[in-house]
Design a binder for this molecule. Structure first.
Ligand SMILES: [Fe+2]
Ligand SMILES: [Fe+2]
Length: 164
Protein backbone atom coordinates (compact mmCIF):
# COMPACT_ATOMS: atom_id res chain seq x y z
CA UNK A 1 0.00 0.00 0.00
CA UNK A 2 1.42 3.37 -0.99
CA UNK A 3 -0.28 6.52 0.29
CA UNK A 4 0.83 10.13 0.30
CA UNK A 5 -1.44 11.72 2.88
CA UNK A 6 -4.56 11.32 4.98
CA UNK A 7 -6.83 11.87 1.96
CA UNK A 8 -5.10 9.00 0.15
CA UNK A 9 -5.28 6.84 3.24
CA UNK A 10 -9.00 7.61 3.61
CA UNK A 11 -9.71 6.55 0.03
CA UNK A 12 -7.58 3.42 0.41
CA UNK A 13 -9.44 2.37 3.55
CA UNK A 14 -12.84 3.09 1.93
CA UNK A 15 -11.92 0.79 -0.97
CA UNK A 16 -10.75 -1.87 1.46
CA UNK A 17 -13.97 -1.90 3.47
CA UNK A 18 -16.14 -1.67 0.32
CA UNK A 19 -14.57 -4.93 -0.82
CA UNK A 20 -14.91 -6.34 2.71
CA UNK A 21 -18.64 -5.52 2.81
CA UNK A 22 -19.14 -7.10 -0.61
CA UNK A 23 -17.41 -10.26 0.60
CA UNK A 24 -19.65 -10.24 3.67
CA UNK A 25 -22.83 -10.15 1.54
CA UNK A 26 -21.65 -13.35 -0.11
CA UNK A 27 -20.71 -15.06 3.17
CA UNK A 28 -23.81 -14.23 5.25
CA UNK A 29 -26.31 -16.36 3.26
CA UNK A 30 -23.96 -19.35 3.62
CA UNK A 31 -23.67 -18.74 7.36
CA UNK A 32 -27.46 -18.38 7.68
CA UNK A 33 -27.89 -21.72 5.91
CA UNK A 34 -25.34 -23.48 8.13
CA UNK A 35 -26.82 -22.63 11.54
CA UNK A 36 -29.48 -24.52 13.48
CA UNK A 37 -30.72 -21.70 15.71
CA UNK A 38 -33.59 -19.85 14.03
CA UNK A 39 -32.75 -16.76 16.05
CA UNK A 40 -29.18 -16.75 14.78
CA UNK A 41 -30.31 -17.43 11.22
CA UNK A 42 -32.64 -14.41 11.46
CA UNK A 43 -29.81 -12.27 12.84
CA UNK A 44 -27.54 -13.19 9.90
CA UNK A 45 -30.33 -12.53 7.40
CA UNK A 46 -31.08 -9.16 9.00
CA UNK A 47 -27.41 -8.23 8.90
CA UNK A 48 -27.30 -9.07 5.20
CA UNK A 49 -30.04 -6.49 4.62
CA UNK A 50 -28.16 -3.95 6.75
CA UNK A 51 -24.87 -4.70 4.94
CA UNK A 52 -26.49 -3.92 1.59
CA UNK A 53 -27.47 -0.50 2.94
CA UNK A 54 -23.93 0.02 4.22
CA UNK A 55 -22.58 -0.66 0.73
CA UNK A 56 -25.03 1.95 -0.56
CA UNK A 57 -23.60 4.50 1.91
CA UNK A 58 -20.05 3.76 0.78
CA UNK A 59 -21.15 4.22 -2.84
CA UNK A 60 -22.65 7.59 -1.89
CA UNK A 61 -19.35 8.65 -0.32
CA UNK A 62 -17.38 7.65 -3.44
CA UNK A 63 -19.89 9.54 -5.57
CA UNK A 64 -19.49 12.69 -3.45
CA UNK A 65 -15.73 12.45 -4.04
CA UNK A 66 -16.22 11.94 -7.80
CA UNK A 67 -14.62 8.53 -7.59
CA UNK A 68 -15.78 5.17 -8.89
CA UNK A 69 -16.99 2.85 -6.12
CA UNK A 70 -14.31 0.30 -6.83
CA UNK A 71 -13.21 -1.98 -4.00
CA UNK A 72 -9.71 -3.19 -3.34
CA UNK A 73 -9.30 -6.73 -2.14
CA UNK A 74 -9.55 -6.84 1.66
CA UNK A 75 -7.41 -9.77 2.88
CA UNK A 76 -8.44 -9.11 6.50
CA UNK A 77 -12.12 -9.89 5.96
CA UNK A 78 -11.20 -12.60 3.46
CA UNK A 79 -9.16 -14.41 6.12
CA UNK A 80 -11.92 -14.32 8.73
CA UNK A 81 -14.51 -15.52 6.21
CA UNK A 82 -12.19 -18.33 5.16
CA UNK A 83 -11.94 -19.52 8.75
CA UNK A 84 -15.73 -19.52 8.93
CA UNK A 85 -16.21 -21.48 5.73
CA UNK A 86 -13.66 -24.09 6.85
CA UNK A 87 -15.54 -24.41 10.14
CA UNK A 88 -18.78 -24.97 8.23
CA UNK A 89 -17.17 -27.64 6.05
CA UNK A 90 -15.60 -29.50 8.95
CA UNK A 91 -18.64 -29.67 11.26
CA UNK A 92 -22.18 -31.01 11.33
CA UNK A 93 -25.03 -28.65 11.97
CA UNK A 94 -25.66 -28.12 15.69
CA UNK A 95 -25.12 -25.93 18.73
CA UNK A 96 -21.31 -26.13 18.65
CA UNK A 97 -21.19 -24.96 15.03
CA UNK A 98 -23.67 -22.19 15.88
CA UNK A 99 -21.41 -21.01 18.72
CA UNK A 100 -18.37 -21.16 16.43
CA UNK A 101 -20.09 -19.10 13.72
CA UNK A 102 -21.16 -16.44 16.22
CA UNK A 103 -17.49 -16.14 17.17
CA UNK A 104 -16.48 -15.77 13.49
CA UNK A 105 -19.24 -13.22 12.87
CA UNK A 106 -18.09 -11.19 15.88
CA UNK A 107 -14.53 -11.17 14.55
CA UNK A 108 -15.88 -9.61 11.37
CA UNK A 109 -17.91 -7.07 13.35
CA UNK A 110 -14.84 -6.07 15.36
CA UNK A 111 -12.82 -5.64 12.17
CA UNK A 112 -15.58 -3.41 10.84
CA UNK A 113 -15.91 -1.45 14.09
CA UNK A 114 -12.16 -0.73 14.03
CA UNK A 115 -12.30 0.31 10.36
CA UNK A 116 -15.38 2.52 10.58
CA UNK A 117 -14.18 4.08 13.85
CA UNK A 118 -10.98 5.09 12.09
CA UNK A 119 -12.80 6.28 8.96
CA UNK A 120 -15.10 8.53 11.03
CA UNK A 121 -12.10 10.22 12.64
CA UNK A 122 -10.30 10.67 9.32
CA UNK A 123 -13.45 12.04 7.67
CA UNK A 124 -13.75 14.59 10.51
CA UNK A 125 -10.18 15.78 10.01
CA UNK A 126 -10.69 15.94 6.25
CA UNK A 127 -13.83 18.05 6.73
CA UNK A 128 -16.05 15.56 4.92
CA UNK A 129 -19.15 16.11 7.04
CA UNK A 130 -21.48 14.07 4.85
CA UNK A 131 -19.14 11.09 5.03
CA UNK A 132 -18.81 11.49 8.82
CA UNK A 133 -22.56 11.13 9.20
CA UNK A 134 -22.86 8.12 6.88
CA UNK A 135 -19.88 6.34 8.43
CA UNK A 136 -21.22 6.98 11.94
CA UNK A 137 -24.55 5.37 10.99
CA UNK A 138 -22.73 2.27 9.80
CA UNK A 139 -20.46 2.21 12.85
CA UNK A 140 -23.55 2.27 15.11
CA UNK A 141 -25.08 -0.63 13.16
CA UNK A 142 -21.93 -2.74 13.46
CA UNK A 143 -21.87 -2.13 17.23
CA UNK A 144 -25.55 -3.05 17.51
CA UNK A 145 -24.96 -6.23 15.56
CA UNK A 146 -22.02 -7.15 17.78
CA UNK A 147 -24.19 -6.66 20.89
CA UNK A 148 -27.04 -8.67 19.40
CA UNK A 149 -24.63 -11.52 18.67
CA UNK A 150 -23.35 -11.40 22.26
CA UNK A 151 -26.94 -11.75 23.49
CA UNK A 152 -27.64 -14.73 21.23
CA UNK A 153 -24.33 -16.31 22.23
CA UNK A 154 -25.16 -16.08 25.92
CA UNK A 155 -27.89 -18.71 25.32
CA UNK A 156 -26.29 -20.72 22.55
CA UNK A 157 -22.98 -21.20 24.38
CA UNK A 158 -24.86 -22.96 27.19
CA UNK A 159 -26.67 -25.20 24.70
CA UNK A 160 -23.31 -26.08 23.13
CA UNK A 161 -21.81 -26.75 26.54
CA UNK A 162 -24.64 -29.19 27.38
CA UNK A 163 -23.94 -31.33 24.28
CA UNK A 164 -22.68 -34.85 24.93
FE1 LIG B 1 -20.75 -3.95 7.55
FE1 LIG C 1 -21.17 -5.99 10.04
Amino acid sequence: MSVENLEGLFVHELKDILDGERQITKALPKMAKAVESQELKAAFEEHLRVTEEQIGRLETIFESMDKAARGKKCPGVEGIIKEGSETIKENDMGPALDAALIAEAQKVEHYEIATYGTLVEWAKILGRDNAVELLQQTLAEEKETDERLTEIASELNLVAQAQA
